[in-house]
Design a protein around this ligand. Structure first.
Ligand SMILES: Nc1ncnc2c1ncn2[C@@H]1O[C@H](COP(=O)(O)OP(=O)(O)OP(=O)(O)O)[C@@H](O)[C@H]1O
Ligand SMILES: [Mg+2]
Length: 493
């Protein structure tokens, strides 16, 4: 193979430093380095525009704009150029800003020769991976079949998808329920993509985001002059979705005055624009979603019973993430791939420890919360894999005390005693896990007698088999992946 060429631009107002970098670059044989230099930030930016540069190594303190600004402007125009900022020791706090703004790394001055060599080789390898990723991503997009986007491994989600695939092709109204962030909108898109209407529009309307005064016009449209500000005729979301699907998000928030009109639209396929007196006949498939308890709203009288029954023909309930923890590893892998591309990084996976922590979190914000954590983890990651420390820098609570809070949060049960039992179960499972199933060791850690431990195990129904592979979490003993699976998923022991 021909020796690949890699172009490095050094930006520094210190001539000695530039000379040092030039000498280092000359010595590197693979890849062969084309060395460019600039003495100010502005000059550096001009070079990036006129030449094809792979890596910019810039000082933080420059005579004109600082290194962070150089980084931001380069990434805004061309996110594929790698940028590494050199900071003085006193400025090391800025490291976080550098990484948050898409910096590929930072170096603290004085820099060592071998450090710079390693950096160049690492960034070179990374840029190769990024290019490969882009090709893979294009392939994924081209072969998109809808299903590839909903990532899961749990039986619970398998059942949900079975139901979805059975009902997607009919025109049946589907009501998707589930806590916030469980993937209701994603599921609605999947339903549309799997239906016979997939070539027709998929229109969404979020009821919770609309003030009541605008809701009717937003849904059904209006005639010119029908209210102040209605300066022309306008079609509503229903009409936009004609022939396709309308996703009504947060349907539980629809006020009673609009519920009647919605019922009519669903029942007869007819709508009337605000200010018009004739009806329009439409052909729209409704998919609705809510994270509220519709039955409860019906019982308290704020949601019409007849509308409820119309909507609830097929009910797809997406379980919370904490009830399907097996989905966490494939989701983590999926989000790593996505955010590598988005942030131009090439993180290869997650460490075993970090994944163990994720498996223990209660995830009240469900998949969205996990998604945000991984994005921040990718931004903060300093090594090849997201580590516990990276998660911590990304704001995830990792200390023992935090874990106890999380344990308390995740204790299940309706009354005090049930919650206490659930909590105790988790505590004991954690200790057993740490003691690798050895009961006397676990009792020691818990500072209780072995006899007491045995009796609690029996009462609480905890099964302990000492030779079992320690589970990823004390909270949920049945969720760890088999070892061979872990390698494939980029989990580093
Ligand atoms: N199974 C999944 N596979 C891949 N991504 C998922 C999955 N579930 C959810 N997501 C992602 O998580 C985020 C939240 O999902 P979505 O917006 O569909 O949730 P939601 O239930 O509509 O939330 P809310 O009630 O807050 O509106 C999205 O970015 C979505 O792509
Ligand atoms: Mg939503």
């Amino acid at each position: 193979m021909e020796n690949p060429q890699f172009t490095l631009l050094a930006v520094d107002d210190d001539a000695t430093q530039l000379e040092l970098l030039r000498v280092i670059c000359e010595k590197i044989e693979f890849p062969s380095i084309e060395y460019l230099s600039a003495e100010t930030g502005t000059q550096g930016l001009e070079t990036v525009k006129s030449r094809s540069v792979d890596l910019v190594l810039t000082d933080y303190r420059l005579p004109d704009i600082n290194g962070l600004e150089v980084l931001k402007r380069i990434k805004a125009d061309n996110p594929l150029v790698s940028v590494v900022v050199m900071t003085a020791f006193e400025d090391a706090r800025d490291a976080v800003h550098i990484l948050q703004n898409g910096g590929d790394d930072y170096l603290v001055k004085p820099t060592r020769k071998d450090e710079i060599e390693h950096l160049i080789v690492r960034i070179f390898e990374k840029s190769c991976v990024v290019r490969e990723n882009q090709i893979v991503q294009r392939e994924i997009e081209e072969s998109f079949d809808g299903l590839s986007m909903v990532v899961f491994q749990s039986r619970a989600m398998q059942q949900v998808l079975n139901l979805v695939s059975r009902s997607a092709r009919s025109d049946a109204i589907i009501l998707i329920t589930g806590e916030s962030g469980t993937g209701k909108e994603l599921m609605a898109r999947l339903i549309h993509k799997s239906s016979l209407r997939k070539e027709q529009p998929f229109v969404t309307v979020n009821i919770a985001a609309l003030p009541e005064s605008l809701m009717e016009s937003e849904l059904f449209g209006h005639a010119k002059g029908s209210f102040t500000g209605a300066d022309q005729d306008r079609a509503g979301r229903f009409e936009e979705a004609d022939g396709g699907s309308l996703f009504i998000d947060e349907v539980g928030d629809i006020p009673p005055s609009i519920q009647v009109k919605l019922l009519r639209a669903i029942q007869f396929g007819q709508i009337q624009r605000l200010g018009e007196n004739h009806t329009r006949q439409l052909n729209v498939r409704i998919i609705a979603a809510t994270n509220r308890d519709l039955e409860g709203l019906v019982a308290e009288g704020s949601f019409r019973t007849d509308l409820y029954w119309r909507l609830n023909v097929v009910n797809v309930t997406i379980p919370p993430l904490r009830a399907r923890k097996e989905d966490i590893p494939p989701l983590v892998e999926h989000f790593i791939r996505i955010f590598n591309l988005k942030n131009n990084r090439s993180i290869q996976g997650i460490t075993r420890e970090a994944l163990d922590l994720l498996m223990r979190l209660p995830f009240h914000g469900n998949v969205r919360e996990l998604e945000n954590m991984i994005e921040r983890g990718i931004i903060m990651a300093r090594g090849t894999h997201i580590s516990l420390r990276d998660l911590e820098s990304a704001g995830v609570k990792t200390s023992f005390e935090d874990e106890i809070h999380q344990l308390c949060d995740s204790a299940t049960g309706t009354d005090y005693q049930e919650k206490m039992n659930s909590f105790e179960k988790q505590l004991i499972s954690c200790a057993l896990k740490e003691a690798k199933g050895n009961q006397s060791e676990a009792a020691r850690r818990l500072k209780i007698s072995e006899r007491r431990l045995r009796s609690r195990l029996e009462i609480l129904g905890i099964h302990n088999s000492p030779d079992q592979e320690a589970s990823g979490s004390g909270l949920d003993a049945n969720v760890e992946l088999p070892r061979h699976d872990r390698r494939d998923r980029g989990i580093q022991d």
